[in-house]
Design a protein around this ligand. Structure first.
Ligand code: GLN
Length: 493
């Protein structure tokens, strides 16, 4: 039998259902690997809680009431609130915070909403991320950076860096992530794993600590497209009473169409994704992947997404604007940290926020407040909203000519830790290829397609039209049937 930690989610589910291993054995194997916290990937682990959940899974398997992924472990990004583990969103301001409830996504993957119909997964713990999911390298966590399992002198990507590192290092078979401007796709690419951000509104945002509400979306990160399909099927579904932007579309079985042939599939290649800024090593891996897809019967169609460059200023106006509003709730009164020495209410607010928030979060709050302020609202925020609409329209024109869009996830492979420390703009610019789909609310995924400089993983980005997750997963799965990049492991694992 393959070692438990090397099994995919699909293999573990099968192993558990056929009782070749118990949920307690599986959880114990993963907890042992996470011990000592390699890569600083975890922020909270509680083996007692995990083992109790595993025992409950074993009981459901024995009783014949198992969920679809019963007993398979998962790690949750620390922006999903959880009752049984602390939730910090990578921030000091929420140090030690305990939520009185579980996020909808956590419930659906676990024992279900109101303990009904969940997938039955066991929570391994909470994983590190950039503070309030703001970042592209996981260097903005108040609890220290995460390292990339492929080269520990490099970043894992962000903001879901703990999720990606945990999956790549086989500390967890799967993890949840959130993607506001690329935070599932880019760390998946940097760590050589597979991740998908569904259409905005498909997975509930209830219990997901808000960064930029019109962009935030949850999704799975795992090693294969097959696993992502299983996980996404369990995560999605309308949550109309609890999330005002939840889409009223039924849950879907994303595994059902994985077997479709790629014959005749039109893959749009946006010329703006292949310009000067794209590193040669990344380009070579992407070109080879596109050739492989052509060999499977797909047709490459040149397209244009003319406002790609504008996605950076537009996103870095809209996301901070929403963040400045969302983060106003952290005032020392309701949750988490409160400053010790203060003279009056206003000084308590000020000191609490000055002590609790990190540098990048403060930068975003200030930028956001500025672009929303009287006199600048029209010049920045309103203009950005107009261009956001144009970016979405550009995609619709493109989808008249193709079925999916493909290109790089990021312009380079993972960079060295500390590389961009004095230049936050460098991190922003690296988001260029993930931001357009986020602004349009479209589903996007990252698929490992080889290696670049320093033997660092490269991810291919696939973007679909609204609600076309099944098609993206199908393309990725067919590619993974024909190639083995997703099976490569970092050294020593
Ligand atoms: N890097 C982007 C940012 O810092 C995206 C982060 C995300 O998707 N959460 O805002």
């Amino acid at each position: 039998m393959t070692q438990l930690h090397n099994m995919t989610v699909a293999q573990l589910a099968q192993t558990l259902q056929t009782k070749q291993a118990s949920a307690v054995e599986v959880a114990t194997a993963f907890l042992a690997r996470a011990g000592g916290n390699p890569h600083n990937a975890f922020l909270d682990i509680d083996s007692e809680v995990t083992l109790a959940q595993a025992q409950a899974s074993d009981a459901r398997i024995a009783a014949g009431t198992a969920g679809t992924l019963e007993g398979v472990p998962i790690a949750h990004k620390d922006v999903f609130v959880t009752r049984d583990f602390a939730t910090t969103a990578g921030s000091k301001i929420l140090n030690g915070y305990r939520s009185p409830f579980d996020a909808t996504v956590v419930q659906k993957l676990g024992t279900g909403v109101n303990a009904q119909g969940g997938a039955g997964m066991v929570t391994l713990g909470k994983v590190n991320c950039d503070e309030f999911a703001m970042g592209s390298a996981n260097e903005n966590s108040a609890y220290g950076p995460v390292t990339n399992p492929w080269d520990t002198s490099r970043v894992p990507g962000g903001s879901s860096g703990g999720s990606a590192a945990a999956v790549a290092a086989r500390l967890a078979p799967a993890a949840t992530g959130t993607d506001t401007g690329g935070s599932i796709r880019q760390p998946a690419s940097f760590c050589g794993i597979t991740g998908i951000k569904p259409t905005y509104g498909r997975a509930s945002r209830y219990g997901m600590i808000a960064y930029a509400s019109s962009l935030d979306q949850a999704g799975p990160m795992a090693r294969t497209a097959e696993d992502c399909a299983l996980l996404l099927s369990a995560m999605c579904g309308a949550d109309l009473d609890r999330d005002s932007t939840s889409l009223d579309v039924p849950a879907e079985n994303f595994s059902a169409k994985l077997g479709d042939s790629l014959l005749g599939l039109r893959i749009g290649i946006p010329k703006e994704f292949f310009g000067e800024g794209l590193a040669a090593d990344v380009r070579a891996a992407i070109d080879a992947a596109l050739k492989a897809l052509e060999a499977q019967g797909a047709k490459l169609v040149p397209i244009t997404l003319p406002r790609t460059e504008l996605a950076i200023p537009v996103y870095y106006i809209i996301a901070p604007a929403e963040a400045s509003s969302n983060l106003s709730r952290f005032d020392g009164v309701k949750f988490g940290h409160r400053a010790k020495d203060y003279t009056d209410l206003v000084s308590m607010y000020k000191k609490t926020r000055a002590e609790g928030f990190g540098e990048e979060v403060k930068r975003r709050i200030m930028t956001g407040a500025y672009v929303l302020s009287h006199g600048y609202y029209d010049a920045y925020y309103l203009q950005a909203q107009k261009i956001r609409r144009m970016i979405a329209d550009d995609f619709q024109r493109a989808f008249a000519e193709c079925d999916v869009i493909a290109g790089p996830v990021a312009p380079t492979v993972a960079w060295k830790l500390g590389n961009n420390a004095s230049d936050p703009l460098a991190d922003y610019l690296a988001d260029i290829f993930t931001l357009p789909a986020s602004l349009a609310g479209l589903p996007g995924m990252s698929v490992p397609v080889g290696f670049g400089e320093g033997h660092m993983p490269v991810g291919l980005q696939l973007i679909g039209n609204y609600l076309q997750e099944a098609r993206l997963l199908n393309v990725a799965h067919q590619y993974q049937l024909a190639t083995d990049h997703h099976l490569q492991k970092p050294e020593g694992i």
